[in-house]
Design a protein around this ligand. Sequence first.
Ligand SMILES: C[S@@+](CC[C@H](N)C(=O)[O-])C[C@H]1O[C@@H](n2cnc3c(N)ncnc32)[C@H](O)[C@@H]1O
Length: 442
Amino acid sequence: MGPEKGTLVGQEYEVEVGPVAHGGHCVARTPEGQVLFVRHALPGERVVARVTEGEEGARFLRADAVRIIDASKDRIEPPCPYAGPGRCGGCDWQHAKPGAQRRLKAEVIAEQLKRLAGLTPEEAGWDGTVMPAEGDKLPAGEVPRWRTRVQYAVDPATGRAGLRRHRSHEVEPVDHCMIAAEGVGELGVEQRDWTGMESVEAIAATGSHDRQVILTPRPGARLPLVELNRPVSVLRVDEKTGGVHRVHGRPFVRERADGRTHRVSAGGFWQIHPKAADTLVTAVMQGLLPRKGDMALDLYCGVGLFAGALADRVGDKGAVLGIEAGKRAVQDARHNLAGFPRVRIEQGRVESVLPRTGITEADLIVLDPPRSGAGRTTVARLSSLGARRIAYVACDPAALARDLAYFREGGYRVRTLRAFDLFPMTHHVECVAILEPAKKGS
Ligand SMILES: C[S@@+](CC[C@H](N)C(=O)[O-])C[C@H]1O[C@@H](n2cnc3c(N)ncnc32)[C@H](O)[C@@H]1O
């Protein structure tokens, strides 16, 4: 056995900060050449970086910029008092001007496309920009209040609600999360004592007055009487099974998008930014250009957002098949789309359900997979269905780039790519890629 590798946590290095990397940090190197992923820094800065994770000889170390020696022109004083080294882990780019945040996200997308799919922005039909959501361009110092769903962690010592520190179970208590939507802030979750709870998720639906809190109690704890500043429905997560049970009020919230109301039960996926669902539906429909009579697939369909948008456009002679793994989401999708007799929703994993359906052809496909992407086998199957166009909605640019490379193997090229800043202040970004057969008419 070799000698024990020593931890480097707490070690400080003065470093030149290099490019941004995927995950909300920038790349630097220690004088010994070890790679450092530095948070709270910006490209081109000279900073003192303090190691937060890693040991000698590790492939990389994680660090926080604890002193800025030469600041970037893109740096600002973080508007949030809870941001900074060792503090709230919810936001990654509070210290960057909003325009710079979007440029950093664009650099990450460009780098992932190049490295994992061998594509330049031009080859991907992308103008290289990340668009802010409607209404998010605000005067300096103001922060978009976009988070309609906030998962608060509860500090076990004080019962106060807060947010987890970066890569930690520790809780940063907060009096006011700046990015929480107004409807969430109004509930007053941050001002209440949550002793006995592990976490409290607060949801403020878009386009309805539905407000909900989902409580996860610590083992053996009793549920508190929930008295908030606004009427809410209350649900409880079973600590043993993870199942969600209604305590009072509706077990779902109603979200409006694309002119329709969507029932979303607790645990079901819905986009967090209030403009996200409409922004993505518009981008997908502009890219796919559905025609009356088309047969369309909506894979990883959640509660049926894109399936409904497609059903509207393909008409009575068309058909839509949605596939979704979550049982409650499937019930919601069937409820939400009950007015469209030509829509069918199948429950199960795309990888196993799609082959079972016996479908050999489709005109259009939407896929909106989780962060891990769709993967080689599913992409190969989708590529064999002869779709005129495919819309890939991606919350992770690395997974998108990997899957685009598989689509190229399957004979598809990227026609256009658009990127949207639907998660301001964080490193997350949403992309919509529109694909078509590489050889037209094939
Ligand atoms: C990013 S969400 C998209 C939901 C929907 N398109 C929307 O915009 O509201 C991904 C969805 O895929 C579902 N999911 C995850 N893995 C899956 C799989 N292997 N097969 C089918 N659905 C899956 C999740 O439950 C979730 O609803």
